[in-house]
Design a binder for this molecule. Structure first.
Ligand code: PEP
Ligand code: MG
Length: 879
């Protein structure tokens, strides 16, 4: 039979898969001779075998025999016994998966107490109150985690007892009250379960082991694993360890310590301890702990020992450690060590410092930083203490764009602009946003929508702006006309103040103060390394000068997508694009387009000035034209007057424009196949802009992109026509400009004919938003309605709009890359859909050999880091 239990002195850190993180580290510390209380680990395999049993909920005979043997061994090595009143053995039972998982059952302390042993404990500790306090806690914790008894059953009695005793806090209860509680708690077992709390120590342990095993599959644990991409088939280990008593007098104590400051990264021990206390007391806030430095005065030798051992552990693991220790009668024990959790700022500082200290190399430092942490560094976040006090009113939204913002709610973009101009901070709340809302979005501290997913307009634009956004809050009903939003249990009116956490997707009532994270020299150093080790280039999706500057300040290698339609929403341009749409003859159409061209020259000049020698991909008009038409009655009336036509005429034109499936309709290159002069004038504007930059001595790299190509003749026709327009213009102006015409690959069919398209195109850029939409047949704007459920019930493992689906969308990408490069070796290919800013997708794009990814400016650093990590992992051969 395979070994199901390893004593701590039989394992090592290498056995993480089998012993879990906690068990492997306890074994390693034991192996290194650290003072670790004795114990043993039941393996993750034992857990998986238990969970696979179909016919029984009981532990198998061999597992029971192994536990019995391990307990007997523990008694003999500790010189204690479970029923020995002089040398009482109590144990802790803790879960410990390979990755630390807050969703699972965690710890039960003081296992081994029963009606008789509690008296022994009182004798040993000379503290009857403490002994009964431990026992009532065990009864509650055990009932709760092992038998699923609601804490409420116990809390009720506790509250009653406190009332009776006329005290506010648990720790004010006297031994008599605690004894009464023990009696009441035992009755809860009888009343709710029909049996007693097990007095037999072994039964306590078997039941606790079963509960830990089962907790692997509880709902919280599953959700946590899904969120953190941890496989479901790993299982958890169980650690059973001798209890040591930090509450055995003034020469005892307990504490938690980090080898460096987890908030700032400062290289100095950081932690807290309590003299004469047990583990829980430090965390439970019953007494205020002392800072670890004070231990120097309280117990100088112990302090020195802790200091030296902690540093030794850090050096051994090459990472900052989070350590739990206990001192029992002047003897130090380490109960746990693990790599400590830390803020983004601390993570970067620690990694950079460790390179300087020769503990790790630059590549390892890069691998230590979670790309998503970079987002934390670049966006403001709420003050954690204030956040803990705040009241959540919506928690079902998507964390669409990170950051934090508070302000008064408004329901129209217009109001957002007006109130912002009047000096107010506003939050724009809408069912969904449209391109017309851009200025209002930009005027807001944050954007909230009730509908739409991670690639909805609001989400994409907000990320582009680096603005906080929560989209798809399905627990909100927004009545824009009545200016009221209903949430579960209440409602808010225009002008009410809320706070939006774009990193968590949560909304809070009232204002919460924020703190801006700064990007210091450590961050700069880390990003320099990232650029040094990555192969994949990172460009930005941007069109406004501010965004472009932001992207370049983050070290973007160019612009991967200018969505020209975003430039059409200033009032004077909107008027002309509407004139173009409503025109009845060619002459009117031309006149409107020429005006738009003239407006756009200025935009493109600015883009090329900012880009200098870096390449800039400019995409020709893509959305269906109805997006430029007015929405409300009032707007219709205004536009009709402005355009000099009757309202009826305008409405009838709008009916003609309306489409059942606009995303599959008259949009992208199809617009130019039917109105070729549209793209003619756009490329003229681009080339005039490039000429202006050239006249300033710059060398613009113009990459013109045609969207939504599905058949080769679309690309062929448009490319030939546009080249002629451009060449004629360059001839006329007598200049040369480096330009290429490429295409987006965003329709599945385009992937299959990529070899043909590559003949014609100067480059490809994958539009993964549309490609995902069309591969799955999921509307990118409405999929939120079912995707959440799909993710919860396991129908989908990941949201394909957020991370690449390697089997479907990814397979298409690969087909297209292979076909294109067969046609032209070294053919330039990038990606500009939202997946271009997702770390897992970036790794995929790196592996299939794309030249660059393009993402919103604020994601550029994250993408650079992900690209470096991908390159490092590939070089190390572990992808
Ligand atoms: C895409 O489809 O991935 C893309 C970048 O274009 P858009 O989001 O503008 O449709
Ligand atoms: Mg697209």
């Amino acid at each position: 039979m395979k070994q199901v239990i390893y004593a701590f002195n039989q394992g090592s850190a290498k056995m993480r898969d089998l012993l879990g993180g906690k068990g492997a580290n306890l074994a390693e510390m034991t192996r290194l001779g650290f003072p670790v209380p004795k114990g043993f680990t039941l393996t993750t395999e034992a857990c998986l075998d238990y969970l696979a049993q179909e016919d029984s909920e009981e532990l198998s005979d061999p597992v029971i025999a192994a536990i019995d043997q391990a307990l007997a061994d523990l008694e003999s090595v500790t010189n204690k016994a479970f029923n020995d009143p002089e040398n009482l053995l109590l144990v802790s039972v803790r879960s410990g998966a390979r990755e630390s998982m807050p969703g699972m059952m965690d710890t039960i302390l003081n296992v081994g107490l029963n009606d008789r042993n509690v008296e022994s404990l009182a004798q040993i500790t000379q503290d009857e109150r403490f002994a009964y306090d431990c026992y009532r806690r065990l009864l509650q914790m055990y009932g709760n985690v092992v038998y699923g008894l609601d804490s409420q059953f116990f809390e009720e009695h506790l509250a009653q007892e406190k009332t009776k005793a006329q005290v506010r806090f648990d720790y004010e209860l006297k031994v008599g009250h605690l004894k009464a509680l023990v009696t009441a708690y035992k009755k809860v077992y009888q009343d709710q379960l029909g049996f007693d709390f097990p007095q037999d120590v072994k039964t306590q342990i078997y039941e606790a082991v079963k509960a830990v095993f089962k907790s692997w599959n509880n709902h919280r644990a599953r959700v946590y694993r899904e969120m953190n991409h941890i496989p479901h088939d790993l299982g958890t280990a169980v650690n059973i360890q001798e209890m040591v008593f930090g509450n055995s007098g003034q020469d005892s104590g307990t504490g938690v310590l980090f080898t460096r400051n987890p908030a700032t990264g400062e290289s100095k021990l950081f932690g807290e301890y309590l003299v004469n206390a047990q583990g829980e007391d430090v965390v439970a806030g019953i007494r205020t702990p002392e800072v670890i430095e004070d231990l120097k005065a309280d117990m100088p030798e112990i302090y020195q020992e802790i200091h030296d051992l902690a540093k030794q552990l850090e050096g051994y693991y090459h990472d900052m450690q989070d350590i739990e220790f206990t001192v029992e009668k002047g003897k130090l024990y380490f109960l746990q060590t693990r790599n400590g959790k830390r803020t983004a700022k601390a993570a970067v500082k620690i990694a950079v410092d460790m390179v300087e200290e020769d503990l790790i190399d630059e590549k390892e430092a890069l691998l230590r930083i979670e790309p998503s942490m970079i987002d934390q560094l670049l966006h403001p976040s709420f003050d954690p203490q204030a956040l803990a006090q705040a009241e959540v009113f919506s928690s079902l939204g998507l964390a669409a764009s990170p950051g934090a913002g508070s302000g008064q709610i408004v329901f129209t973009a217009q109001k957002a602009k007006e109130w912002q101009a009047a000096g107010k901070k506003v939050i724009l709340m809408r069912n969904e946003t449209s391109p017309e809302d851009i200025e209002g979005m930009s005027a807001s501290e944050a954007i909230v929508t009730a509908h739409g997913g991670m690639t909805s307009h609001a989400a994409v634009v907000a990320r582009g702006m680096g603005k906080c956004c929560v989209s798809g809050c399905s627990d909100l009903t927004i009545d824009e006309a009545a200016k009221v939003v209903h949430y579960p249990g209440g409602q808010l009116q225009e002008g009410d103040t809320i706070s939006v956490d774009g990193s968590q997707g949560k909304l809070y009532l009232g204002e919460i103060p924020t703190a801006l994270s700064n990007t210091d020299e450590n961050y700069q150093k880390m990003m320099d390394w990232a650029r040094k080790y990555s192969r994949l280039k990172v460009r930005m999706n941007a069109e406004t000068p501010e965004d472009i500057q932001t992207g370049f300040s983050f070290g973007a290698d160019g612009i991967g997508l200018v969505r020209t339609e975003h430039m059409f929403f200033k009032a004077e341009r909107l008027r002309e694009i509407r004139r173009f749409i409503l025109s009845v003859d060619e002459g009117q159409r031309q006149a409107a387009l020429e005006k738009i061209r003239d407006y756009q020259v200025e935009d493109f000049t600015r883009i090329f000035q900012l880009s200098q020698e870096a390449p800039a991909v400019i995409r020709l008009l893509d959305p269906p034209l109805h997006e430029f038409m007015p929405k409300s009655d009032q707007e219709v009336a205004e536009v009709a007057t402005d355009q000099g036509i009757s309202e009826a005429e305008l409405r009838s034109r709008m009916v003609q424009l309306a489409e059942v499936n606009p995303m599959l309709g008259h949009r992208g290159c199809r617009l130019a196949m039917t109105y070729p002069e549209l793209y003619d004038r756009q490329v003229e504007a681009i080339i005039y802009g490039a000429i202006a930059a050239r006249q300033e001595g710059l060398d613009p790299q113009v990459e013109i992109m045609i969207p939504l190509v599905s058949v080769e003749p679309e690309l062929d026709t448009l490319r030939k026509r546009l080249s002629q327009v451009i060449d004629r213009l360059l001839d006329q102006e007598n200049v040369t400009i480096d330009y290429t015409i490429g295409t987006m690959i965003e329709i599945p069919r385009a992937c299959f004919i990529a070899d043909q398209l590559a003949q014609e195109a100067g480059f490809f850029s994958f539009g993964t938003n549309d490609l995902t939409q069309m591969t799955y047949g999921f509307s990118r704007d409405d999929a939120g309605k079912f995707i959440n459920q799909y993710l919860e019930d396991g129908t989908l493992k990941e949201d394909p709009f957020q991370t690449i689906d390697p089997e479907g969308v990814g397979a298409l990408v690969k087909i297209a890359v292979d076909k294109a490069r067969q046609t032209k070796a070294g053919f330039k290919i990038g990606v500009c859909g939202e997946l271009g800013g997702d770390p897992a997708s970036i790794q995929f794009f790196d592996q299939v050999g794309l030249d660059y990814v393009s993402c919103s400016p604020y994601r550029v650093p994250l993408a650079q880091l992900a690209a470096a990590q991908s390159a490092i992992r590939q070089a190390e051969g572990n992808h």
